[in-house]
Design a protein around this ligand. Structure first.
Ligand code: AMP
Ligand code: GLY
Length: 387
């Protein structure tokens, strides 16, 4: 039996929604007791970063997800960069600033392009890729002026990495690991990778650049040293570690960012593409009885997802549009809800990214919407045409 808190009209079709505030940890613990819930899976970064896992565990209940200390790997980019530097993990050269004029002085003497990032959580909008010095100065000034609240009190200025991005997810109890088939996000709003960065407009899985040789290198150069360093720092990472990588033209991987959770929209292709027994795996990791060899993470199919976003996304998404969902969803298609809510018997858009349509097999599902990209997986299609 599955419960979702707070859930949405999509999860209501497959689970029981619990309309509680996940910010109130006592309420979460009470709901687990009331409904005899044996395992909590804490999904998003915000409750992880404030220690929901620690509080559920302290109540004597079973929970999957990293502790508050381990979630710093995502919640503080400054922490993550420092950890990577301690462990010798490849990543973009970065300078960290808490002082506005020092940041601006550095940007002005540094070659463009640069990437300016708020250190804290900013719902996927805290990294600005800047083609010019002027753009980088504006981005840093806005962050110090409070555009992302406290998350922008510390600002990182990074060298721009050239290459192709790859999202690698590892299920781990802190030592043992199960690496899942990598996927590729499409960050830019518009087709042909134009427009501003978003939380992600679509993804596909598997990705053919993720050869066994590359994945072996990612394990050795990124995943293993990260888990060792987190354990050494007294914050062993248990849960799903998301390494956002840039694969350079020469094949070398480096870390763009770490997240302490599944990806959105990567999860919408990862789950349909692989035959892992998810519930059993989360349970075993929570219990300390994880045995990765029991779960072969092979992909048996290709999955492609495209996000349907509200007009105005990502800067100022319009809310309230009534969504009509076709009564019949085609075979091999899944429709995931994100920013949706029920209102007067209608399903209404309540956020930026509203729905994700996943197709398995070879085709991208098309659903009528305001904004969506039709070119998800274009790199892979080009590669396949060259074979
Ligand atoms: P982040 O929040 O750090 O994951 O950054 C969001 C997105 O910005 C990444 O997925 C990349 O598309 C882009 N990005 C971030 N840092 C860099 C970098 N150093 N070089 C190139 N692109 C980057
Ligand atoms: N797809 C990017 C993220 O989940 O952060």
């Amino acid at each position: 039996t599955v419960f979702c808190a707070p859930g949405n009209p999509g999860t209501a079709q497959i689970a029981t929604n619990l309309p509680l505030s996940i910010n109130d940890h006592r309420e979460v613990v009470s709901a687990m007791r009331e409904h005899s819930i044996d395992l909590a899976v804490v999904g998003p970064e915000t409750p992880l970063a404030v220690g929901l896992v620690d509080d559920i565990q302290a109540a004597g209940l079973r929970v999957f997800g990293p502790s508050k200390d381990a979630a710093q790997i995502e919640a503080s980019k400054a922490f993550a960069k420092n950890m990577m530097s301690q462990a010798g993990i490849p990543t973009a050269p970065t300078h960290t600033f808490t002082d506005r004029s020092a940041a601006l002085a550095y940007i002005k003497t540094h070659a463009e392009p640069l990437v300016v990032k708020a250190s804290g959580l900013a719902a996927g909008k805290g990294a600005v890729v800047c083609d010019t010095t002027a753009e980088a100065c504006t981005a840093a000034e806005e962050m110090f002026a409070g555009r992302f609240g406290d998350a922008g009190a510390t600002v990182l200025v990074e060298d721009f990495l050239v290459g192709e991005e790859l999202s690698v997810f590892v299920l781990t109890d802190g030592e043992r690991t199960l690496t899942l088939p990598p996927s590729q996000d499409h960050k830019r709003l518009l087709e042909n990778d134009q427009g501003p960065n978003t939380g992600g407009m679509g993804a596909y899985c598997p990705v053919s650049i993720a050869t066994d040789a590359l994945m072996e290198r990612v394990s050795r150069e990124v995943i293993e040293p990260t888990l060792r360093e987190m354990a050494n720092a007294g914050a062993p990472f248990r849960g799903v570690l998301y390494a956002g990588l840039m694969i350079a033209p020469d094949g070398a991987p480096s870390v763009v960012e770490f997240n302490c959770r599944f990806g959105d929209p990567e999860a919408q292709v990862l789950f349909p593409a692989c035959d892992v027994n998810w519930a059993e795996t989360f349970w075993d990791i929570a219990d300390g009885s994880f045995n990765p060899s029991r779960q072969a993470p092979h992909t048996t199919r290709t999955a492609v997802t495209t996000i349907l976003a509200s007009e105005g996304y990502p800067s100022s998404p319009q809310k309230g549009a009534v969504i009509t969902i076709p009564a019949e969803i085609p075979e091999n298609t899944l429709l995931f809800h994100a920013g949706t809510t029920s209102s007067d018997g209608n399903i209404v858009a309540s956020g930026g990214r509203v729905l994700a349509a996943t197709g398995t097999g070879k085709t991208v599902a098309e659903v009528d919407s305001k904004i969506f990209r039709r070119d998800i997986g274009w790199r892979e299609e080009n590669r396949m045409q060259q074979i």
